[in-house]
Design a protein around this ligand. Structure first.
Ligand SMILES: Nc1ncnc2c1ncn2[C@@H]1O[C@H](COP(=O)(O)OP(=O)(O)OP(=O)(O)O)[C@@H](O)[C@H]1O
Ligand SMILES: [Mg+2]
Length: 419
């Protein structure tokens, strides 16, 4: 689809010539939506959109044909593109919707026209363009504007902005609001969790169905995410018991907590690659997972942290504010990269400061030289901080046999840990 015929293409090239490619992509998305009979869930929130979207896609696709946005295709390009790809045969569809500014979700949700609109959580993320977290909550609440008549909102009652979102949902005419969380009043209610470093066992009551299930992704934040997924499952009309059972098969994707064992001459260390994304709440979630990990004999819990971006003028304070969470979770060593992370380094006790560099490229060799057998190393930062370079440097230390040869095993850097 082009606005101008590109030079040098053969005359019969299949081009769709339009006046305005952006308007045409929206039209294509609207047409994809218009022909669909799918029950549709729209997901927004400050963190956990992709995680919840992927988990919902996993559980629903085990039951019926399900379509979901790819990756974080959640903006004015990604949403219409994802709708344009919606196959007419899909019974369920899930669309992620994101924003950096007020007013961005309204045109997305009116295109998606979801039957269920979920807000995972509201946090001080993307503060750069907002005066307050309340304003962020209001921007997330725009998702209700597109709800189909009779549609439902799924909201996190453990979040301080819950009441505000409920009010906004009511103002938008939403009749059905399902709360998820620990509160006894929640319709999707967390009763108990038992966590280990590989995931959680969860007891819950989801809209009258008592459930006991395992989630295959570690971190207490996943209890809330799982309840959000199951509330959406019920509201699109799928089987909640089967969905809960399927959550055991959930795995963290690359860059969002994927674990790999890296084999050194002296023994293995474990790498947790969380380099795709970072914000204060997801940093804390990641420290908690690292805190629960079990280093081998002589091993340490090491956090390698890059800058969190888009936090606006309070950024230095928000970076420094992570120090207590690192201490509470018994992280032994903290490496930092970038100008904002320097505020965090300065807020740490000297015994925890392992090294700092201006950029991830400069930090990578320091970390690679320092890791040893038994360590658990978590690497995290906003994608723009390029902490991926540290992950690559650590993976390059692997001394496993090449894949396919006798010595290669799943569970080394050749593949991810087998869970
Ligand atoms: N409920 C939650 N609370 C805190 N952190 C979370 C929660 N859910 C996921 N995370 C963490 O937040 C990070 C981002 O997760 P995810 O990619 O799902 O978010 P997203 O909202 O899709 O982000 P983006 O705005 O980049 O699309 C990951 O490190 C993930 O582990
Ligand atoms: Mg995302």
């Amino acid at each position: 689809m082009v606005a101008r015929r590109p030079q040098g293409l053969p005359s019969g090239a299949p081009l769709l010539l339009v006046e305005d490619t952006f308007a045409a992509l929206r039209d294509l998305g609207a047409a994809g939506r218009g022909r669909s009979k799918a029950r549709i869930a729209g997901i927004t929130g400050s963190v956990g959109k992709t995680g919840v979207k992927e988990a919902l896609a996993l559980v629903l696709s085990r039951q019926e044909a399900t379509h979901a946005s790819v990756g974080s295709f959640n903006n004015h390009w990604g949403v219409p593109l994802s709708l344009a790809r919606l196959p007419p045969s899909a019974t369920f569809a899930i669309f992620e919707m994101g924003m950096n500014h007020a007013g961005e979700i309204t045109p997305l949700t009116t295109l998606v026209r979801p039957h269920v609109a979920a807000v995972t959580t509201v946090e001080a993320v993307h503060l750069e363009n907002f005066a307050s977290v309340e304003d962020i909550a209001d921007a997330k609440a725009e998702i209700f504007a597109g709800l189909e008549p009779g549609g439902a909102a799924v909201l996190n009652c453990d979040n301080p902005h819950f009441d505000r979102l409920v009010q906004r949902a009511r103002e938008a005419g939403v009749g059905r609001i399902v709360a998820f969380g620990r509160s006894p009043a929640a319709e999707a209610r967390l009763i108990a969790t038992d966590e280990d470093d590989l995931g959680s066992r969860i007891e819950a009551d989801v809209m009258g169905t008592r459930l006991s299930f395992h989630v295959g992704v570690p971190g207490s934040h996943w209890a809330g995410n799982a309840l959000c997924v199951l509330a959406c499952t019920a509201l699109v009309g799928a089987d909640v018991g089967a969905a809960a059972a399927a959550l055991a098969d959930l795995r963290p994707p690359k860059g969002r907590g994927l674990r790999t064992r890296v084999r050194l001459k002296s023994g293995d260390f474990e790498l947790i690659d969380d380099s795709y994304n970072a914000s204060p709440p997801s940093m804390r979630a990641s420290f908690e997972v690292l805190g629960r990990s079990r280093p081998g004999v002589g091993g340490r819990r090491i956090a390698v942290l890059g800058d969190m971006l888009e936090l606006g003028s309070g950024s230095g304070r928000l970076h420094a504010g992570l120090a207590p969470a690192l201490i509470e979770n018994r992280i032994d060593q903290v490496y930092t990269a970038g100008p904002m992370s320097a505020f965090l380094r300065d807020a740490l006790p000297p015994s925890m400061r392992a090294g700092h560099a201006g950029s991830s490229a400069e930090l990578a060799p320091l970390v690679a030289a320092a890791v040893g057998a038994g360590d658990v190393v978590a690497v995290k930062g906003s994608a723009g901080s390029r902490m991926r370079l540290v992950v690559e440097a650590l993976l390059a230390l692997d001394r496993s046999e090449p894949a396919g040869e006798a010595g290669a095993q799943a569970g080394t850097a050749a593949g991810s840990r087998g869970y």
